[in-house]
Design a protein around this ligand. Structure first.
Ligand code: PGA
Length: 252
């Protein structure tokens, strides 16, 4: 793995202050494996408390609004995430796309707002099962990516990409390693096409049913620079094995 592995736990709409000890336990594990960058995206309500509780893990938002402030009831802006202690944010997660109707242009606007606020951004993309079965997965995901990527000069180092097949999220199903590798190579080519040589340094994370049992294999795919983990990030016990699998690849 040429780039520093990046393992991000997305807690989704899970967790209260009672779960902060898990974040502290994950932080201790991250401290033992400094070759791996570890992040957690808790619900907004936990951001500030978690950011104050951890020192080796970076804390991020799960989404943000594209505007910095204004009459947008219920929304949270990128500068507000910074104020709460966040260092990065996910945009375009498939649950935002498919459960909340968010599209590529909104993901791009959010990503640009995040970068402008000084946050790192993980731009998420992924195909639905019907698209995969139709043999259109690579074309679909690269088109989604091109339309979702932020275009802000000189901030490429703050961008990562999360490839998450919609049908693999929370289902226990994962693509073959060959399919993951083919997709990550296509994403890499798209990143270089959009950003030039700097696109080679953008980390591409695989997400969708990653567990400590399959992490070592999945992290061995071509151009797989880390993992975006949902269910298996909620406890330190489950998440630890994924962090260790990434560390083992660095040492290999
Ligand atoms: P999962 O979720 O690991 O529970 O499949 C991944 C994600 O949605 O980020």
């Amino acid at each position: 793995m040429a780039l520093r592995p990046y393992i991000v736990g997305n807690w989704k709409m899970n967790g209260t202050r009672a779960n902060l000890p898990e974040a502290r336990a994950i932080d201790r594990i991250a401290g033992r494996f400094p070759s791996v960058e570890v992040g957690i995206t808790p619900p907004f309500t936990l951001l500030s408390a978690m950011a104050g509780d951890v020192s080796c893990v970076s804390v991020g938002g799960q989404t943000c609004h594209a505007e910095a402030a204004g009459a947008f009831t219920g929304e949270v802006s990128a500068p507000m995430l910074v104020d709460a202690g966040a260092q990065f944010v996910l945009v375009g997660h498939s649950e935002r796309r498919w459960k909340f109707g968010e599209g590529d242009s909104l993901a791009r606007a959010k990503a640009e707002a995040a970068l402008a606020a000084g946050l790192g951004v993980i731009v998420c993309v992924g195909e639905r099962e019907v698209t995969r079965l139709a043999g259109q997965a690579v074309e679909s995901v690269t088109a989604q990516l091109k339309a979702s990527l932020p275009r802000i000069d000189g901030m490429v180092e703050n961008i990562s990409v999360g490839y998450e097949p919609v049908w693999a999220i929370g289902t226990g199903r994962v693509p073959t390693l060959g399919d993951i590798s083919a997709m990550h190579r296509a994403i890499r080519a798209t990143l270089v096409e959009v950003y030039g040589p700097a696109g080679a340094r953008i980390r591409i994370l695989y997400g969708g049913s990653v567990t400590s049992a399959n992490a070592a294999e999945l992290l061995g795919g071509d151009e797989v620079d880390g993992a975006l983990v949902g269910g298996a990030s909620l406890t330190a016990e489950a998440f630890a094995g994924i962090i260790m699998a990434a560390a083992a690849r660095v040492d290999a």
